[in-house]
Design a protein. Structure first.
Length: 150
């Protein structure tokens, strides 16, 4: 094949440090727009986003030219620096150390978009911790509970 063609769809999930409620409703749309800009600079695309005051879900079309770990590092570092400029209430903002990254196929995109759009309603009934455990089980990811949280 003369060219490299890819479809790298990734569902990213990560929380604020200690799951602190720091993503206010006022800053959330701007945060997602900022993350979209970071991804665009990395030749990737933010297809959908959702979350609550303590975590985010991102549906990303990842560039073939950037490693996932580097992409997430850039998202978290740059958005953390940016949010601290949005007011003194964000001065102590930090993301958790780790993240979840799960691949999906094109046929799953609309289902995930719907799921991300309903995050606030979903989390009236289920905690982020329980949600992450369910996602890990669904994707058959082995994990050690001692190292999930910071």
């Amino acid at each position: 094949m003369a060219q490299t063609l890819t479809s790298l769809l990734v569902h990213l999930v990560f929380s604020t440090k200690n799951r602190a409620d720091q993503i206010t409703p006022e800053v959330e749309p701007k945060l997602f727009a900022y993350i979209g800009g970071i991804l665009k600079n990395e030749k990737s695309v933010l297809l959908a986003s959702g979350g609550t005051m303590n975590h985010v879900h991102l549906l990303v079309s990842q560039s073939k030219n950037v490693a996932l770990s580097e992409l997430v590092k850039e998202i978290k570092q740059s958005s953390s620096k940016w949010i601290k400029t949005q007011g003194k209430e964000f001065a102590d903002f930090h993301w958790q150390e780790g993240y979840g990254a799960f691949t999906l196929g094109q046929s799953q995109v609309e289902t995930l978009r719907g799921y991300l759009a309903k995050q606030k309603v979903h989390h009236q009934k289920q905690s982020f911790e329980d949600e992450l455990r369910e996602v890990l089980v669904r994707y058959e990811v082995d994990y050690d509970e001692r190292y999930l949280w910071d």
